[in-house]
Design a protein around this ligand. Structure first.
Ligand code: GLU
Length: 407
């Protein structure tokens, strides 16, 4: 069976095939650097546990590597390589001056105390200090990491090197974070969806969102604030559905209080059922591999907005294409997060403080431009949005490599 990295590589190959540049694949096929650490940490009970941790730089052709850090029990080298690879193309689609990177630790954060997470993070940060930097590789949050974790990494880095808030993004506001970053994955996805709905002429869509973490919850809130009808949401424990629409403000309160959306008012459904609901827009905003060959033929939505990274498998992609379901690819749909990180990095380097209004205006400009750039490629090659986004990205990355004399 192909690894998930090989499956991701296929997306670039498809794009290169369409523009008849397959011979260039070898130049971008593998990461520039892939580092694996083992980190022994003494836990609260006195025992030492050895954690596996990773940081991968896939490409630095367009600038320093950039991408988040994930804490999850399923993190492994194949996944981190895949996510770093996707970051290269994501940063190129939105045309921000970065390459692609990603990191992670194999651990279930729900099983450790706050103090243990802090010492694991600090131990990881000490190892990262030699391979990250504002012009080298810039981490950020990803699944189950947050501004506090970014703050600990910055703190370690600042004692090993120097005070340099631009070394990491997604920080708390007190440490150089930027107003708007927390919700920017969601806000960016919202701008893309808004453009798309205009093009597709879909008025009053019914929306289902899988995942209620940073991206899913903020997107539900932003959509509800803008008058959209969200009929289902879910988190790792399951979901709720109301065909007339959910009261998202209440759902968010319940999630904060009881840690799951399932306690909110509505019909209880499973994550699997959510994906098969009769809605117009389906938004996977949790983990990868949610829509596969076993459920792609059951999807009833006409648009899938990939807010999670890699939620649709290539086999499912083919089925969805045959069924005329429009998939807005992750490297466009969720690029608002890293674009917000870019603004934070600029802010830190300027030594300035951006207003929230400036942040949102700039995000809107970057995201709508990216959407229109992808649409132009799509019109030219008459292919899927995913292929179009990859064609755009790969053309930009290869262009930079050529001008640098690498190829
Ligand atoms: N983890 C986010 C992503 O997958 C954000 C990365 C960043 O801000 O560098 O796009």
């Amino acid at each position: 069976m192909a690894s998930i990295y090989e499956l991701a590589q296929e997306k670039v190959r498809n794009a290169l095939r369409i523009i008849e540049k397959e011979e260039y694949f070898k130049y971008i096929a593998e990461p520039e650097q892939a580092t694996e650490f083992t980190i022994p940490v003494r836990l609260d009970n006195g025992e030492v546990e050895v954690f596996k941790a990773y940081r991968v730089k896939h490409s630095t052709a367009r600038g320093p590597a950039k991408g988040g850090i994930r804490y999850h029990p399923l993190v492994n080298m194949d996944e981190v390589k895949t996510l770093a690879f996707l970051m290269t193309w994501k940063n190129a689609v939105v045309n921000i001056p970065y390459g692609g990177g990603k990191g992670g630790i194999t651990l279930d954060p729900k099983k450790y105390s706050e103090r243990e997470i802090e010492i694991i993070t600090r131990a990881y940060a000490r190892r990262l200090a030699r391979i990250i930097g504002p012009d080298i590789d810039i981490p950020a949050p990803d699944v189950y990491t947050n501004p506090q974790i970014m703050a600990w990494i910055l703190d370690e880095y600042s004692f090993i090197k120097q005070w340099e808030p631009a070394v990491i993004t997604g920080k708390p506001l007190e440490l150089g974070g930027i107003a708007g970053r927390e919700e920017s994955t969601a806000r960016g996805a919202f701008f893309v969806l808004r453009e798309l709905l205009k093009d597709q002429n879909i008025a009053k869509p019914r929306i289902a969102i899988q995942g209620f973490g940073n991206a899913g919850m903020n997107l539900a809130r932003i959509l509800a604030e803008s008058g959209y009808n969200i009929v289902a949401v879910s988190d790792s424990r399951g979901g709720i559905y109301n065909e007339k629409g959910l009261d998202i403000e209440k759902v968010i309160d319940i999630k904060k209080e009881k840690k799951t959306v399932q306690e909110a008012e509505g019909e209880k459904i499973s994550n699997k059922e959510l994906l098969e609901l009769d809605v117009d827009i389906l938004i996977p905003a949790a983990l990868d591999n949610q829509i596969t060959k076993s459920n792609a033929d059951k999807v009833k939505a006409s648009v899938i907005l990939e807010v999670a990274n890699n939620p649709v498998t290539p086999e499912a992609d083919k089925i969805l294409e045959e069924r005329n379901i429009l998939v807005v690819p992750d490297i466009l749909a969720n690029a608002g997060g890293v674009t917000g990180s870019y603004f934070e990095w600029i802010q830190n380097r300027e030594g300035s403080i951006w207003s929230y209004e400036r942040f949102v205006n700039e995000l809107e400009r970057v995201m709508t431009t990216a959407y229109r750039d992808v649409r132009a490629v799509r019109n030219k090659y008459n292919t899927t949005m995913r292929n179009s986004a990859f064609i755009l990205a790969v053309t930009r990355v290869l262009g930079a490599m050529r001008q640098r004399g690498w190829i």
